[in-house]
Design a protein around this ligand. Structure first.
Ligand code: SAH
Length: 214
């Protein structure tokens, strides 16, 4: 237990359970991952507040509720192989790794890829692979995936991400025609190769910048 354990518990109850997050494995993962180790020293006191925080390079670590919502929507099991686009601080990758079997995370800004690697190592998550590259193209080396989480807002769903889903796999991605707000979509690949899309609600993410993004 660290000195933030009670703040984390409060975060789980007041920000997650009260808003309808009910997957016990997700709640336990959020209770466990030390979010304060993914923000810089001066911001640690606010690590568990109900909103995003700056991590440098005009990027943010997502609000705890949004991380939990995406993880719940991905329907992860201990056997899930996961891909994350947008490592940022590395926090969401750590939460994903508590839920799935493997996590690969792609980050386009080299300094943030380094930050994510350092934070993940400090927090004890040594088996997460952080790749520096354009995540709009997915990561074909280890495809297909059971679950893909995109932590930045796209103008349209990148075709490569859908292609890199296993049959039955889920892609959770914010999509919107403006860079200011998006709809959080869950796209499920059926065993016949067709896709079904559900809208999980309005969100505001930083832009997904790349070949098949902004
Ligand atoms: N999951 C992160 C939040 C990241 S914010 C966390 O828990 O801290 C979104 C991140 O997506 C930013 O770091 C941004 O640089 C990154 N990003 C934007 N476009 C990208 C792309 N095409 N490929 C990979 N990363 C991208």
């Amino acid at each position: 237990m660290d000195r933030f354990a009670s703040e984390r518990e409060e975060m789980v109850q007041r920000q997650l359970e009260s808003r309808g997050i009910s997957d016990k494995r997700v709640l336990d993962a959020m209770r466990k991952v030390p979010r304060h180790l993914f923000v810089s020293g001066t911001r640690q006191a606010r690590a568990y507040w109900d909103g995003p925080l700056a991590i440098g390079h005009y990027q943010t670590i997502s609000q705890p509720y949004i991380v939990a919502l995406m993880c719940e929507a991905l329907e992860l099991t201990e056997e899930s192989d996961c891909l994350e686009i947008g490592s940022g601080s590395g926090y969401a990758a750590a939460v994903l790794s508590e839920l799935g079997r493997s996590v690969i995370s792609v980050e386009r800004i080299p300094e943030l890829a380094d930050l994510a690697r350092t934070n993940l190592e400090t927090a004890g998550y040594s088996d997460i692979e952080v790749i520096c590259g354009d995540g709009t193209l997915g990561y074909s080396d280890k495809a297909p995936y059971d679950a893909i989480a995109v932590a930045a807002g796209a103008p349209m769903t990148p075709v490569a991400l859908k292609a890199q889903l296993k049959p039955g796999g889920r892609l959770v991605i914010p999509v919107g025609q403006s860079q200011a707000c998006q709809e959080l979509l869950r796209i499920r690949r059926a065993s016949d190769g067709s896709f079904r899309t559900e809208n999980l609600g309005s969100v505001a993410f930083v832009p997904l910048v790349g070949e098949d993004g902004w």
